[in-house]
Design a protein around this ligand. Structure first.
Ligand code: ITT
Length: 182
């Protein structure tokens, strides 16, 4: 479903409880340039269906920082690899609005159709990196209602409130309505 093992563990843990089993595929696929994760996922499902056939889940996520006009957004993967968490902290120096949204779009390909499920969590960018759990931008993202970063939480604590778990819940709800999950 993704080449990122940490994302895979988060989503599969959530779906296992609903009787849905996922396998991890490490595949490179072309990502289209678009402003919205939904468009990136929709195109990815088309590519991947040609390789893997009909039953697929794809995860694409991004961190949208308000004071940076939504950057890194759909470019989060590239920006994480190049600038990292420290780069985002540097870009925000002197910018008072540290509000940010984490978004996940899960794409399901089934019956020859694409279905998209979205999850968001609002929060702020911390003043400095904190914690060593999780992955990616977790050390600098403080979800609303807590003072801890995602990287200072256990996987279960992050899963209880995360963008990815909200998207996974929407996907599971869809499968349940179709009688394909508990
Ligand atoms: P795949 O494309 O193979 O799924 P990726 O790691 O590049 O793997 P994304 O494009 O979805 O995944 O993620 C964009 C970036 O955002 C990436 O660098 C992640 O580290 C980061 N990211 C995604 N979800 C995150 C989360 O829950 N917590 C922290 N960082 C996250």
């Amino acid at each position: 479903m993704t080449s990122n093992e940490a994302k895979f563990r988060e989503v599969s843990l959530l779906l296992e409880g609903r009787g849905v089993e996922l396998d991890l595929h490490r595949t490179e696929y072309p990502e289209i340039q678009a402003d919205r994760l939904e468009d990136v996922v929709d195109a990815a499902l088309g590519w991947l269906a040609a390789v893997y056939g009909d039953e697929l889940v794809v995860d694409d996520s991004g961190l949208f920082v308000r004071g940076l006009a939504g950057f890194p957004g759909v470019y989060s993967s590239y920006v994480y690899r190049t600038l990292g968490c420290e780069g985002i902290l540097r870009l925000l120096e002197g910018i008072p609005d540290r509000g940010a949204t984490f978004q996940t779009v899960l794409g399901l390909r089934k019956g020859g159709e694409n279905h998209l499920f979205e999850g968001k969590v609002e929060g702020t960018i911390a003043q400095e990196s904190r914690g060593s759990e999780g992955f990616g931008f977790d050390p600098i993202f403080v979800p609303e209602g807590t003072s801890h970063t995602f990287a200072q939480m256990t996987r279960a604590e992050k899963n209880a409130i995360s963008h990815r778990s909200r998207a996974a819940a929407a996907l599971a709800g869809h499968l349940t309505r179709r009688g394909e999950a508990r």
